[in-house]
Design a protein around this ligand. Sequence first.
Ligand SMILES: Cc1cc2nc3c(=O)[nH]c(=O)nc-3n(C[C@H](O)[C@H](O)[C@H](O)COP(=O)(O)OP(=O)(O)OC[C@H]3O[C@@H](n4cnc5c(N)ncnc54)[C@H](O)[C@@H]3O)c2cc1C
Length: 482
Amino acid sequence: MFIDKLPEKADVVIIGCGVIGCAIARELSKYKLNIVAIEKEADVGWGVTKGNMGVVHPFVPQFGKIKGKMVIEGNRKFDEISHELDVPFRRYGLLIVALTFIQLLAMIVAYFYLKLKGITLRWVWRRKLREIEPYISRKAKAALFVPTAGATDPVKLAIAYAESAVENGVKIVTNTRVVGFDIVDKSIKGVITDKGRIETNWVINAAGVFSDEIEKLAGITKRKMWHGKGVMVIFDPILGDMYHHFIAPMPIKLDPRTKGGAIGLTVDGIPIWGPNLIEAKDKFDTRVSREDIELIIRKFKPLLRIFHDNWIIKYYAGIRPVDETSWDFVIGPTEIRGFINASYILSPGLTASQVIAEKVIEVLESEGLRLKAKENFNPYRKGIRSIRELDINEIDKLIHENNDYGEIICPCNKVTKAEIIEAIRRGARTIDSIKFRTGAGMGPCQGSRCLARIIEILVQETGMKLSKVSMKGGGSEIFLEG
Ligand SMILES: Cc1cc2nc3c(=O)[nH]c(=O)nc-3n(C[C@H](O)[C@H](O)[C@H](O)COP(=O)(O)OP(=O)(O)OC[C@H]3O[C@@H](n4cnc5c(N)ncnc54)[C@H](O)[C@@H]3O)c2cc1C
């Protein structure tokens, strides 16, 4: 699926295979072009994309910014994109709840303001609210219901864009780091990597939290990156049975930079709360403190009637790459001809990914790249079939076709041997690659019951030496010898 050897030439080189680079790769694969996407990690979607909450936002309050416009369009496109790419997507809807009288007053203003901005929403009074959310706090007075809010799986979306791009001719080179550029008379002539040079006149900087470093390698220094840490807390599925929508407290004072987080659900129905927004020390500072978790719990716990701290399963943090001046996406040409930014893509970049990709095509065309549409572009890609989405008759039929669908490897998330083998056949060579493609090891036991079996299958299917089996590529090997 992905390759290790760097091609010598390309019409366009994309730097970074997060959800943005992969979406751009797929969008460009609609044209007769030789496209190469370069990723330093062993797989796609392991940067900012991995530390994501998976919300397909209906809007962000910064309506005047590029991200404010793109998020609305991105949300609208999600049904079509998730259908074409066979990626899980559920519109849970968002309830913005007033617990106090002041919040109620603020909500009246918010209702008319959001209506004016064209957002689809309804007012829900206390009794109806209790009907649809029986465990909502007794203090809840009313809520605004925004039905378009949804959830997807961020890494699966990046993988799907990537697989579709490859199917349509893009070369994705993993384990390869961009370290410099060949620039003559302020024009791109090539990209230098740790595996050699690739000749090209067009480069897209989609390097996420490393976008600033890629700009610096090209001599572009006008922007400064602020690192916005966001912590998310995952709970036992038992809590997920207690609410059915995203639920957020009505803010009294809007933080001009963020949406403020929510009580949420992953697309698989796992309860997830967050994220917050705090300044990280640097782009690698994904540490989570006790205080971070307590702040999230303290903020959202009052929304529910029942909550127990011991339902926490896991927590993690991601870093948002923020352009300190604009607090907005940076998409467009630069002073270096052929160097195009799709960078500093903070939240809600996942929601806007398709729209960002389309915008990059517009920029390339207006900068002089000739685009000729392919007649044979195939928009459809099939995901790995999971028994979790099937009823008992369908599972039975599947097991008759392939016995391995009858062997559960991950009991928490009900992942079968067949799904793990399919992930390996599609190119997964690390434990994390298998995990993100199938969900194996991501349930409440966090892999303690299935890791050994996954390793065994990986070794059997690939002939890989045990000592080469790693969590996420070189440097994360699990065994010393094998
Ligand atoms: C805590 C948090 C929660 C979020 N929640 C949401 C949400 O719910 N909904 C939403 O819409 N958005 C959300 N976002 C925003 C969203 O995750 C990002 O906008 C999006 O993932 C950015 O993707 P990207 O492709 O630009 O960056 P990345 O995913 O970081 O991809 C960049 C890639 O470039 C690679 N790279 C970097 N340097 C090099 C190099 N020198 N050579 C080769 N490769 C390189 C990296 O390895 C990486 O894979 C959230 C972000 C955070 C941090």
